[in-house]
Ligand binder design. Structure first.
Ligand SMILES: Nc1ncnc2c1ncn2[C@@H]1O[C@H](COP(=O)(O)OP(=O)(O)OP(=O)(O)O)[C@@H](O)[C@H]1O
Ligand SMILES: [Mg+2]
Length: 572
């Protein structure tokens, strides 16, 4: 019993936090939203006024008062024209506001995602991030720019129409108002179940997008293993799940909207009943009945719209919750200082690290790498070489001990800020689509042609770039399509060299090169004017031979070994 109450309290608190999030986001666009509400309200008031003018028009026609009838006809025409203008401006503002709001939410979210700690970032699939940045943001934007303002203007319309009915017949107005709480009750009853279904369907949507995303990215694997049929049927199964959830949601929405519709139709029924009786009695005019029919339409229509927009708000609040999950990811600490050094040493002091306690990856690591040294890092696959580097990059944080970068006597504990002093060529393909020059300039945004040439020459990439028809402007497809594996690796190395950092790390970055080219690249790097401190992960003996020292990770411990020990290790 107590437990249930606690959960409820948490849910209520969450609801308020989600609402607050929505309101704060709206505040940034209050100008747009107010203008949209204002125009909507004018349109609503014109609707009421139109109903009254119709009454006067019909009444003057029945009384054969031609001159008044003509005046009302002109007035009615003007109202209709004015309404068209108001609606047009309303649409323009709506479109503009929509793109501005969704851009702003997406920008905030993207800024958060790129600042998230590496391990936290890895919690979600790229397809999931995409769904949240597109579908969830879209859902929220719609509610901010159109649902909430329209609920406000519709409320004005309902209130105005109600006052007008009250002015015509107070008793009738009071009977009609009883349908409103009835509608509210229905809405409340359904919103909880709707939210659950919506969250579930967004989860399935993320799963589907992730699957499609990956199967398109890994089309080569799909083709080589003849997975076309299997993948197609997997995608279809996921789609069926989406259909099932959408159908369940729609069913619920239709039932709740229908109940609200029934309650509002009761209003219409009451007006007709009232009108027929009064006309039969001769106590009211046709004009009044016509006005009442329009006014009750002004209440009934909006009520149905509001009822069908409640699920939208429920969905948007659930989407807010999904965005808040991303916002809640731990961010990297960004120190105020910036470092400036041209040579750097690296020191690991009793560093321990594990991803999870049952797999202690690195144990009591002690190492001191001098500025300008070239150190090879070897070890069997899965021993922790990349993890060792990610700790130095401060993408991961040691469980115990610390890692410092040394600038003469000064020591800086590694952080996001010290990352700028490391040029890192990660393991695997990390080329962007665009031209070769675009990719290189990721290392140095304002690199001159001369610098591009120097870096590509050092990485043994200059010759093949020159030989290609468009040189530096050669277009590279997604993940290096159009280049060989070794060529993409050389571009990645040139990009890192352009960054001109005092520390250079190559994580299997030369694995696709022939051993002569690999040695050439490493020798050129060593002979650079300000030769960086290098950590090279490689398995080639020819490359190990030209390194100053060789470090080996074995069962979590780091040892310094001789070249002859390395020969024994690499030869198995
Ligand atoms: N994000 C992660 N979460 C949990 N465990 C991980 C994660 N990344 C790596 N590991 C585990 O940590 C260990 C070390 O991985 P790491 O990538 O550092 O190995 P490696 O020496 O670079 O291997 P390889 O030579 O194959 O690249 C492995 O057992 C791996 O399964
Ligand atoms: Mg690795």
């Amino acid at each position: 019993m107590v437990k249930e109450k606690k959960i409820d309290l948490k849910k209520t608190k969450d609801l308020f936090i989600n609402l607050k999030w929505l309101l704060i986001t709206m505040k940034g666009f209050s100008g747009f939203i107010v203008a949209i509400i204002f125009l909507g309200a004018i349109s609503a008031l014109l609707g009421i006024y139109r109903a009254l003018v119709t009454k006067w028009l019909v009444d003057s026609a029945t009384a054969a008062d031609i001159s008044r009838m003509n005046n009302y006809l002109i007035l009615l025409g003007s109202i209709l024209l004015f309404d068209i203008v108001v609606r047009a401006i309303h649409t323009i503002l709506l479109e503009k506001g929509e793109i501005k709001i969704s851009n702003s939410i997406q920008n905030n979210l993207y800024a958060i995602i790129i600042k998230t700690k590496w391990m936290q970032f890895l919690k979600y699939h790229s397809g999931d991030y995409l769904t949240r940045m597109t579908s969830d943001v879209g859902e929220i934007t719609d509610v901010i720019i159109s649902t909430i303002p329209s609920i406000i203007t519709l409320s004005i319309l309902v209130f105005g129409s109600f006052i007008s009915i009250f002015y015509i017949d107070p008793k009738l107005a009071i009977v009609i108002i009883t349908v409103i709480p009835l509608a509210a009750l229905f809405i409340r009853f359904f919103s909880k179940r709707l939210k659950k279904l919506y969250i579930e369907s967004q989860r399935v949507e993320s799963k589907y997008r992730s699957f499609i995303n990956e199967s398109i990215q890994n089309m080569l694997v799909v083709k080589t293993f003849c997975l076309e049929k299997v993948n197609f049927s997997k995608a279809k199964t996921m789609q069926q799940e989406k259909v099932r959830l959408v159908a369940a949601r729609t069913k619920l929405t239709v039932v709740s909207t229908s109940l609200v519709t029934i309650s509002s139709w009761m209003g219409f029924f009451l007006v007709f009943l009232w009108g027929s009786v009064k006309i039969a009695e001769g106590t009211t005019t046709f004009g009044t009945l016509m006005a009442l029919i329009q006014l009750i339409g002004n209440i009934q229509g909006p009520l149905i719209t509001v009822a069908s927009s409640i699920p939208m708000i429920v969905y948007a609040l659930a989407s807010v919750e999904r965005l808040r999950e991303i916002e809640g990811l731990e961010r990297e600490f960004e120190a105020e200082f910036s470092l400036d050094m041209t040579s750097a040493g690296i020191k690991y002091n009793q560093v321990d690290f594990y991803y999870n306690k049952d797999n202690h990856v690195l144990k009591n690591i002690e190492v001191d790498i001098k500025p300008g040294e070239t150190v090879a890092l070897i070890g069997s696959s899965g021993e922790g070489k990349t993890t060792f580097i990610h700790l130095l990059m401060s993408l991961l944080n040691p469980v115990n001990g610390d890692i410092v970068i040394l600038d003469g006597e000064k020591e800086y504990v590694v952080s996001k800020n010290s990352r700028g002093f490391i040029s890192y060529v990660p393991q695997g393909n990390n080329i962007f689509s665009g031209s070769i020059a675009d990719n290189l300039r990721l290392g140095k945004e304002d690199a001159t042609e001369e610098e591009l040439m120097m870096a590509t020459k050092a990485a043994s990439a200059w010759d093949f770039i020159q030989e290609s028809e468009n040189g530096m402007n050669t277009h590279i497809g997604e993940r290096g399509v159009g280049l060989s594996e070794g060529q993409t690796q050389r571009i990645a190395i040139a990009r890192a060299l352009l960054h001109k950092a005092p520390i250079l790390i190559l994580d299997e970055a030369t694995s696709a090169l022939d051993s002569k080219t690999e040695v050439d690249v490493l020798r050129t790097i060593q002979s650079l004017e300000q030769s960086p401190t290098c950590i090279i992960i490689t398995h080639r003996l020819s490359a190990l031979k030209i390194c100053d020292r060789i470090l080996k990770i074995d069962k979590g411990y780091l040892y310094e070994i001789s070249y002859s020990d390395a020969i024994n290790f690499e030869n198995g």
